[in-house]
Write a protein that binds this ligand. Sequence first.
Ligand SMILES: *Cc1c(COP(=O)(O)O)cnc(C)c1O
Length: 463
Amino acid sequence: MTDVLAELHALRAGDLPTHGGRTLAYVYDSGLSEVDEIGADAHAAAAGTNGLDPTAFPSVARMENDIVATASRLLGGNADTAGSVTSGGTESCLLAVLAARDGRPDPSLVLPSTAHAAFHKAAHLFGLRVIQVPVDPVTFRADPAATAAAIDDSTVLVVASAPSYAHGVIDSIPEIAAAAADRGVRMHVDACIGGWVLPYLRRLGEDVPPFDLSVPGVTSLSVDLHKYAYCPKGTSVLLHADAGLRRGHYFASAAWPGYTMLNSTLQSTRSGGPPAAAWAVLRHLGDDGYLRLAQRVRDAVARIRAGIEGIPGLRVLGDPGSTLLAVASDEVDLFVVADEMTARGWYTQPQFAYQSSPVNLHLTITAANHGSEAAFVADLTAAVAAARALGPTEVAPELAAAIAALDPETLTAEQFAGLLAGAGLGQGGGLPERMAPVNALLAAAPPRLRERLLLEFLGTVYR
Ligand SMILES: *Cc1c(COP(=O)(O)O)cnc(C)c1O
């Protein structure tokens, strides 16, 4: 047994660090080791239970009801609010769309361009059309008038973010929700990433605009507990203004000889581990704990933002109102900066250009960044200087031509292999140490082609 665990730990050594604030995407670290311990112990205590049948495992239903009640209290719910505990933000967004889908024939979804890709996945899975609305090119905030104008007789759901993942910008929820309500259409607030930190930032005196279920016209809201609630991965909450709105994502089937399958979410068998872990962490930290963590993350964001604004050649995109920053540059190759940061032990997440949004580096800042802001800014300063000295990564003209000739609709595995070989990225060896040449190549591909290229890549990762 110790051998397999040793092997697991050896495998884990190749991962990005999950603690210490050095990984500025994917992981959310409270910086408090007892939070991790309580989460892990609670997870272990309930991992074998099955949320599939709440009568067999009432503890899971009880904990989920407690979690929904806590989320509802924090996020403007009232006595009518109903909810579901899901496996993550994507599942919460999928269920919000599924619950709304059958409202009209040939249903469509109105999305600001900054809405999370989870909503495109929902449209893909559940057969809705996406009406995508460009956001303001300077603030990256959803355009309420354009969003309202995009609503038509086929719209079943309008989405806005609090905040958006890409830029950390909080959309004008009251205006968008009012426009949806005027047309009798549901409105979902994607607070997956901000929902557990914005209320506390407001209590600390930050100017947080109204975004939650108390805003008239908001019919559902998603909030991920595995983000700023600092719970182990695998838990999110979808709140609905009332239980009737939730009904459309419930599912039952008695059309077989087995048990009547009865599901509140996409999963059927569901481990009680993640909800138990979340329940325990929420109880352990409580309002006071989250307020203290929000204070730490607020200070870290302010220091890192000020530091970035002091580095010549860098700028923060838009008007971020939460704990995420998108850092752009007109002077240095940010893919090279990301590599230079990797070399200095920091993971920053490259984001490709899309519509008015230029290439940028995404930073998810958490409480664990508190205390090392100066070290981050010093390394970023050095990384920018190094990138300036190295110059931008050029895509070889023959590679650019090869990409331009590819048709995303007909791309084959052979063409993809040829492209990899042409880029000097043969099979087998994992990722290169420096990703800038790969990112430059991907940036040269239009979004639809980039999707196909990366899907081919995924096919080589999983055998
Ligand atoms: C993270 C995130 C999601 C998706 O959540 P997952 O837990 O990764 O599935 C959706 N919306 C926003 C705004 C997010 O930040």
